[in-house]
Design a protein around this ligand. Structure first.
Ligand code: ATP
Ligand code: MG
Ligand code: FE
Length: 333
């Protein structure tokens, strides 16, 4: 099927058209980063309002750049959750209106399934597969015994990794979003500070980043108090080294315990250069495990990934009614 997908779970107003879950016909993302920058983070009410303002133009551009009309579409898909409720509602209500007006089935998509199925757009997922989802709100290891089955085997017990990046960046007085800023600084820094790594219990696949975050924040505050120079590049590189060590160790252990054929690394933080490099070294694609990391533009929020995941929803014969609602805390299943 040819699917129009809509994504508004956070601060990106996005639409895309995907065919058969694999072929991207068009992909439009209107980012609100510039708007939220001056607040130092996403302001939910402001995000919702801008989604309303941008939605129509984003969909029109998506349709015209794919050279399709509604007659050419088989379904309308939308992110149902998780995310900011007011933001989700804009996408959900738009999708409902389009599905009703054009009498097309409505496909509800889980945002994290979207991040995972971004992989379908660049590779054939081989099952059993393992996905490491690292984003602004999630740090999860998800085991997929087969297509359409998701089993969360580990997740963060406190901060998501992207959240830790953003908070550390804020303390370094870097602009929002902090992830790409830290990434850039770290490239010119050295690992000079031994920040902690939360290994947790030996058999756990969970994560914890709040201890690391506090430790970095304390380091900066102490240095400031003692009027010692804080070399931002080195703080960034040291913080990032700690994050990457833990993510690589967990992924490696999960892949081998579950005998996964593939490891998919996805979500906004998968845009991180150090993480991509470390994963590439650990899984060199010459062994049993194939590493799949979507390109940067498919790692951060977009609707192409929602269109790819919608294909799975279509195959499972799941359809939403006009009572579909935004679900801020929706679990993956
Ligand atoms: P979720 O997907 O959990 O609902 P979200 O949609 O807000 O959360 P994404 O858009 O997937 O999250 O990812 C945004 C996060 O990714 C932010 O925390 C941002 O700082 C981080 N990020 C983006 N690029 C990089 C990078 N190059 N290095 C590290 N972090 C990055
Ligand atoms: Mg975002
Ligand atoms: Fe996301």
């Amino acid at each position: 099927p040819r699917i129009l997908a809509i994504e508004t779970s956070c601060d990106e107003t996005a639409a895309a058209i995907v065919e058969g879950g694999k072929t991207l016909l068009s992909n439009v993302v209107a980012s609100q980063i510039e708007i939220h920058k001056r607040f130092g983070g996403v302001v939910p009410e402001v995000a919702s309002r801008h989604h309303v303002e941008n939605m129509t133009a984003v969909i029109e551009e998506t349709m015209s750049s794919a050279h399709v009309t509604y007659e050419d579409l088989d379904a309308i898909a939308v992110t149902e959750g998780p995310g900011l409720v007011g933001a989700l509602l804009v996408g959900v209500n738009t999708a409902k209106a389009l599905a009703y007006a054009h009498q097309r089935p409505l496909l509800p998509v889980h945002h994290i399934a979207g991040h995972i199925h971004a992989a379908d757009l660049i590779a054939d997922i081989k099952y059993p597969a393992m996905a490491l989802v690292v984003s602004g709100g999630h740090t999860s290891l998800i085991y997929m015994p087969e297509r359409g089955e998701y089993e969360v085997i580990g997740e963060t017990r406190d901060d998501a990794v992207g959240e830790a990046y953003d908070k550390v960046a804020r303390t370094l007085k870097l602009p929002y979003p902090g992830g790409p800023e830290i990434d850039r600084l770290a490239a010119n820094g050295e690992v000079t500070i031994d920040f902690p790594r939360a290994w947790l219990e030996a058999d756990s696949y969970d994560f914890s980043f709040s201890g690391l975050k506090s430790s970095v924040l304390n380091y900066i505050h102490n240095a400031n108090q003692r009027k010692e120079e804080v070399i931002q590049e080195n703080v960034a590189a040291s913080f990032q080294a700690s994050v990457v060590d833990v993510l690589v160790e967990r992924a490696q252990r999960a892949v081998s315990a579950y005998q996964a054929q593939q490891l998919i690394v996805t979500g906004g933080v998968a845009a991180n250069h150090a993480l991509r490099e470390a994963m590439g070294k650990t899984f060199p694609n010459d062994g049993d495990v194939e590493l799949v990391i979507p390109p940067l533009s498919l790692c951060t929020d977009n609707a192409a990934m929602i269109g790819a995941a919608a294909q799975v929803v279509w195959e499972k014969d799941v359809r939403a009614g006009y009572d579909l609602n935004g679900q801020p805390g929706l679990a993956i299943k």
